[in-house]
Design a binder for this molecule. Structure first.
Ligand code: MLT
Length: 407
């Protein structure tokens, strides 16, 4: 008799965004004439930068003749892209990351979900609350928790992010080994200062812990004081893995390209107490289970770093940032406490009532889709997240409808 992984039944019935999609489609079936405005899932809506499109076309043409055709590429990514990443995303900001420490992949969701499998079953995992659900679910699937009680999994150390701490969690009071951090944050849109990240790096160094730093929204940072990478913090190379993505940076959600940085100094310990380089472990895992991102897509990602690409990507993100500021101002004017919406594409709104009830109200009365905060954790029970990933026109219409619905 074939048996299932006994940890899967511990998961919530479905993934948050699948759950929302089901509710929205049920509503749409009942109200086929209602035009919905989607400010829920953080999926980009604006087209790819022209520099990326040109690179895609050119690479596709190269694949059309035998002289230039490429089959399997290096699993970790082509040198042209890894070198561009190391130069522009890190060395240009004073962070010492080399091209061979970069692993190109199909998405930060896959990487942040897969990374946990190189660590021991009994590592103590610190999970911020609210949090991107992938970090939670993948550790549950791996068997690092018991079944959830009141929406929380025994086995995790939860790090509350609330208005009281400015949505940047305090260091844990009990020892932890693996720490997930995401800044600019999904879902709250909060950012972490250099001093705040330095405290986490120091904690990890003191406790032989490892930080998994999700910087998927880094490109939204406009404040010159804020760090873009954890490697801008001295000492981070030994205690942090960083995840980046072109999804939100350059509109690649439908194209798929991201990367993970594993510095060579990053260590974990084997059963006999010997340090093992995580770079070698991740290389082994990545080359075994992944065959690389397609050549045209890597050329498109490389084009992000060209002079035109940089200009186009900045304009793209400026548009979403304008939306984010507009959303935050509108909700504040309606009397809601908000965070995010600056240096981030998400606005986290204290709805002052049950998150799903507010979600339903916006859906039914305004025809606007948001994300109920409770889907990101217990601290989001009374919050919703509004995403800025839409056109300025749709955002203006959505806010107009919400104002009317809440009158
Ligand atoms: C979100 O809405 O939180 C994001 O779209 C999730 C993701 O990037 O996978």
């Amino acid at each position: 008799m074939i048996r299932i992984n006994p940890h899967y039944p511990k998961l919530q019935a479905s993934y948050l965004f699948a759950d929302i999609a089901r509710r929205v489609s049920a509503f749409q079936q009942q109200h086929p004439d209602k035009h919905l405005i989607r400010l829920g899932i953080g999926d980009v809506t604006q087209p790819l930068p022209p520099a990326c499109i040109a690179a895609l076309h050119q690479a596709t043409d190269e694949m059309a003749n035998a002289a230039n055709f490429r089959g399997y590429g290096p699993e970790q990514g082509y040198d042209f892209l890894r070198q561009a990443i190391a130069t522009h995303d890190f060395q240009a900001r004073g962070a010492q990351i080399d091209a061979d420490e970069i692993f190109v992949s199909d998405g930060a969701k896959s990487d942040t979900g897969n990374i946990q499998e190189i660590f021991a079953q009994d590592v103590r995992v610190a999970i911020p609350d609210p949090v991107y659900p992938v970090y939670v679910d993948t550790n549950v699937m791996a068997g690092r928790t018991d079944a959830a009680v009141d929406g929380r999994y025994p086995g995790f150390v939860y790090l509350d992010s609330t208005a009281a701490n400015g949505y940047v969690p305090a260091l844990p009071s009990e020892p932890v080994d693996l720490i997930y951090l995401c800044f600019p944050n999904n879902p709250t849109g909060a950012t972490a200062t250099r001093a705040q990240l330095a405290a986490w790096v120091e904690y990890a160094r003191q406790n032989r812990a490892l930080i998994l730093f999700d910087a998927a929204y880094e490109a939204f940072i406009r404040d010159p004081e804020l760090p873009h990478s954890i490697y801008e913090i001295p000492g981070a190379r030994e205690v942090a893995i960083e995840f980046r993505s072109y999804s939100k940076t350059a509109g690649f959600t439908g194209l798929r390209c991201a990367y993970t940085v594993v510095p060579k100094e990053c260590m974990a310990w084997d059963d006999s107490g010997q340090p093992v380089a995580l770079h070698a472990l991740w290389m082994r895992r990545h080359t075994t289970k992944f065959n690389g991102v397609s050549y045209p897509v890597q050329r498109a990602a490389e084009a992000v770093y060209s002079a035109e690409g940089q200009q186009q990507v900045r304009a793209l993100i400026d548009g979403y940032l304008d939306n984010a500021r507009t959303i935050r101002r509108a909700f504040e004017a309606m009397g809601f406490a908000c965070t995010g919406g600056e240096n981030a594409p998400y606005v986290w709104i204290d709805a002052q009532r049950d998150a799903w009830a507010f979600f339903d109200l916006l859906l039914h009365r305004a025809g606007v889709v948001c994300t109920p905060g409770v889907g990101f954790g217990r601290c989001g029970q009374q919050h919703v997240r509004i995403s800025a990933f839409n056109s300025a026109e749709n955002v203006a219409n959505a806010l107009q409808r919400i104002r009317q619905a809440l009158q």
